[in-house]
Ligand binder design. Structure first.
Ligand code: NG1
Ligand code: ZN
Length: 534
């Protein structure tokens, strides 16, 4: 909003005339009186909340519609300052003056006076969060409040029915800053542009932003580096402090991997599987809360690269499908559900809402105020998510929204389940086309007999799972292996066991043994057999 919105204010103010012969007063707990008298007050409080937010550089102002312990026929409204505190004293007088302006003309004049005296920059974006209690007059009064916010062009977030302390908490809530590793790529432009909108509630700190430096793209940074090496990008070592969340995009910003350091500065990765678990759980929770249990099917689609712990965790709760590597396969399978959550372990994924699910969301009649809040949150999620394709920026917002709603830090999110130690290895072979697979790429059908020999090795590892497939994007064969901590029936030294125990997320042995076998089978020159595979 760049100039004073006279015509909007006049139009909306005329819809909410002040009753004559009433004098309002912003008391210790805001305005409070018979609900039937409050329509104009709520409209004007909407305008005042927007002015207060603009005065504070767009910080979020809370508005609570309640008359607390008073009789049900009363209602009221109070403003909450950005840190969750009561409105500053001097503004209580402004609120009283504004509410008592007799005509629309008087009201506009008081608004102008406030802008002048408080030196308010009208061009700033106002952010306001609103909630109400269960009083029957609440919805009508919130509608009047929203008219005031609309007239001022404020960005309003309606939290529905909430307790007063929750509204104070929400108004005071600001997500801790998020470090964003842009992989020295195009994601930086997007993160920068998005920061302008979200920094007031979610401060973004972009790193690895050298988009013009030759050789920098995806070099020792970005989602693929973090996922494959299971390490913090070296460039972030002196940036990230314990407990802080960070995420990495890949070079074209369609993959997203999160990570954090614990209080011993140990690195923990939250990959596409963890994102899928967080998102699928949250959506299921919202659907249940909205009274939509059984109305539609929420499913998860993964590939063979999904960590076994994630598959176990998710399939105990929701239908889970495993498909061949490649986004097109995941996307297609996700379309088979009412709400399909799909993520590759490497952080590429999204959520699809089928047309019928969307129409159920649109037409569903919640039977309680709480159901109505769950429903509107679910509808908001369907808007937030980029359903055309996995999108690091949109997925990042999705994750942040869920963490904020649940009050989770990286640690709490991480503890949904524990990853099995795993390793992905590339094997350069003479001809990768001799490798053919079945069962969503989890078993080899060619070269003949190789799968049998792999099984003989895998069987020796507790919780062992491994598979081999030719890459579709590089001239290599990929080997993935995971297992629980201790190798079984294996002659390896105690030192190796200890190493595994101290670095629990690195489990190279099974992967390397299989890689060695794959290398031998593909007719590789034994003198070039990589040392680690021996
Ligand atoms: P290939 O090279 O077929 O493994 C890789 C990724 C896929 C997918 C595509 C497209 C792994 C193991 N594989 O495919 O998941 O993202 O690239 O980018 O991450
Ligand atoms: Zn990409």
């Amino acid at each position: 909003m760049s100039s004073f919105p006279t015509s909007e204010l006049v139009k909306f103010s005329d819809l909410h005339p002040k009753p004559s012969n009433v004098t309002f007063s912003y008391g210790t707990a805001g305005f409070r009186t018979k609900a039937s008298l409050l329509d104009s007050v709520l409209f004007r409080v909407g305008v005042l909340a927007a002015l207060r937010s603009k005065r504070l550089d767009g910080k979020t102002i809370g508005v609570m519609v309640t008359a607390s312990h008073n009789p049900e026929a009363d209602n009221g409204v109070k403003l909450v300052d950005p840190r969750g505190e009561m409105l500053e004293n001097s503004w209580e007088t402004l609120a009283t003056n504004l509410s008592n302006a007799e005509t629309t003309g008087d009201f506009i004049q008081v608004v102008k006076n406030i802008i002048n005296h408080q030196k308010i920059d009208i061009s700033k974006t106002a952010n306001v969060i609103i909630a109400r209690d269960t009083r029957p007059s609440g919805p009508g009064l919130v509608a009047a409040l929203e008219d005031g916010l609309r007239a001022m062009g404020a960005v309003a977030r309606n939290e529905g029915v909430k307790t007063t302390p929750i509204l104070h908490y929400l108004a005071g809530k600001k997500a801790p800053p998020l470090v964003v590793d842009c992989a020295n790529g195009v994601g930086f432009f997007a993160a920068k542009a998005m920061g302008e909108y979200v920094n007031s509630v979610l401060p973004l700190i972009p790193h690895n932003i050298a988009i013009n430096a030759l050789g920098a793209l995806n070099n020792a940074c970005g989602a693929d580096y973090v996922k494959t090496s299971q390490r913090l990008p070296p460039s972030l070592v002196s940036v990230l402090h314990p407990g802080q969340r960070a995420c990495s995009f890949d070079g074209d910003a369609d993959r997203l991997i999160y990570f954090y350091l614990d209080d011993r500065s140990q690195f923990h990765m939250l990959d596409g599987d963890k994102i899928a678990a967080l998102v699928a759980n949250f959506i299921a929770e919202l659907a249940k809360g909205a009274g939509l249990d059984g109305k539609f099917e929420i499913g998860v689609v993964q590939t063979a690269y999904a960590n076994g712990s994630s598959t176990k965790y998710l399939s105990e709760r929701l239908p889970v499908q495993c498909v061949k590597t490649g986004v097109k396969n995941l996307h297609h399978a996700a379309e088979g559900y009412s709400i399909g959550v799909y993520f590759e372990a490497n952080g590429h994924g999204t959520v699809l809402f089928s047309p019928s699910a969307l129409s159920i969301l649109e037409t569903h009649q919640p039977s309680t105020p709480a159901q109505s809040t769950y429903l509107s949150n679910l509808i908001a999620l369907s808007d937030l998510i980029n359903q055309t394709v996995g999108d690091a920026l949109s997925d990042m917002l999705l994750v942040e929204v869920i963490l904020a709603h649940k009050g989770y830090s990286g640690l709490e999110w991480d503890s949904i389940y524990s990853d099995l130690p795993n390793r992905l290895v590339k094997v350069v072979v003479k001809d990768r086309n001799i490798f053919e697979t079945e069962d969503a790429e989890r078993r080899l059908t060619s070269p003949p007999g190789l799968q049998q020999r792999l099984d003989d090795i895998i069987r020796k590892y507790d919780g062992g799972r491994a598979f081999v497939r030719p890459s579709g994007t590089e001239d290599v064969v990929r080997v993935y292996a995971e297992a629980t901590l201790r190798p079984q029936a294996d002659g390896k030294s105690q030192t190796f066991d200890l190493e595994i125990m101290f670095i629990p997320n690195i489990f190279p042995e099974l992967a390397f043994r299989i890689a060695g076998l794959v290398y031998d089978e593909s007719g590789g020159d034994s003198s070039k057999r990589p040392k680690e595979f021996l």
